[in-house]
Design a protein around this ligand. Sequence first.
Ligand code: GAP
Length: 512
Amino acid sequence: MTQEELFKVLVAHCKEYGFIFPSSEIYDGLAAVYDYGQMGVQLKNNIKTYWWEAMTRLNENIVGIDSCIFMHPKTWVASGHVAAFNDPLIDNKDSKKRYRADVLIEEYLAKIEEKMDKEVAKGKKRFGDSFNEEQFRATNPNILREKQKYDEVHARYKAAEDANDLAEYKQIILDCGIVCPISGTANWTDVRQFNLMFSTQGSNNAGADDKLYLRPETAQGIFVEYLNVQKTGRMKIPFGIAQIGKAFRNEIVARQFIFRMKEFEQMEMEFFVKPGTEMEWFKKWKENRMKWHVALGMGEENYRFHDHEKLAHYANAATDIEFNFPFGFKELEGIHSRTDFDLGNHQKLSGKKIQYFDPESGESYVPYCVETSIGVDRMTLAVLSHSYCVEQLEGGDSRVVMKIPAPLAPIKVAVLPLVRKDGLPELAQKVVDTLKYDFSYQYDEKDSIGKRYRRQDAIGTPFCVTVDNDSLVDGTVTVRDRDTMTQERVKIEDLRSMIEQRVSLTNLLRKL
Ligand code: GAP
């Protein structure tokens, strides 16, 4: 199965087992908007708890807030979103479909790369062990021709990006013969800037002044509350403010399931520091955040840093933590050293003094800020895509199993009476009573035990506890491990601590 096919299967699995549904599906859905079902919401909540506790419990100098989606419209002028939160957009006049001009060009470049890779694969097959990829790439005429094309288009694209030259974007699209995948034509409009913020109208007075935006990031809620939190919390620099909440962006290319949505959730932490110390903190937060990811056990090799060469005008350092999604390594989290850009601009526009008085040095300054920002939905997709496996079993059978890191699993334990008689359901209910205060659980007595195991595998339940006739005699039950499928007899009174060992968030936090 190709990665693309596998991804489609994962999307279908997420729907079938109550993780994620297309929004308003009975009306044929709404593009790039998804709802979380009964399993998805628990997985997402567990991810949020892991992040929240890691930030606010393990760091004495980080506190959390919950600010509103609506903010004073000047917020978005100060943050630069009104002027510059744009994507270059182009429409195809025949299909009436809208695209991001930069994405069309990037996809064209990716296709050239693919062609070169295919050529390399052919060479490998032909020459076997004696194959020298470097030499092959430097001499093969097909690759050299494609490479020249790639370099030329890439150089023009980067220059257009730097100069914000929208006419050149269109010219590249025309010169490369890029056509609309729906109409197949190159009947394009001019490229224009499209602001990604959703807006609505307040009710106080009609007119432009009353335009309200749905926040495109949660970070600004932190910046505008900086003074309140610093004063009421008697916070001393360095300190951080964390927040989890919804953000909205009118994404033009909203594809890849929950990777890029119009309504999504962010977990952001702004760490305020003394100017001049920001690089040291940037480095610390890079390490700290990578540790948080790796502790989940989804494979160190599946993460990498992508340091930004081209920095936004307000940043003096920036990196992405990329994850190996089914469609390749892509941004999962951003870590930015944002200088005093946000607080400084809010100070200017609001006219309120936003400064920190350092009692030790006696100086006042606008703090600098290091930001960590991760999308909850992207993190959920990382977990889901990494966890999905199809395993071949002895006897030609196969099983679909979600190997979700146990502390994040929506359901931690399933309690299953072997048969629906002989007092087994009653004993199983007693087992439930011993577990329900500590763990999310499912009780299931329908179908064969094999089918019930498969249902739990498909939602990623780490433990299945089977109550059988021996349980009535010796007070033990069979515990089946999701990943190894091994079974062991455990006393009912030892179940809680045994399960706790594997699924506890506390143990996960201890790794940090
Ligand atoms: N305050 C900084 C900020 O918002 P960003 O790189 O635009 O930076 C941060 O977004 C994170 O939010 C991304 O790394 C990604 O995980 C998530 N994110 C951004 N846009 C998203 C979208 N349309 N759908 C889902 N997640 C998104």
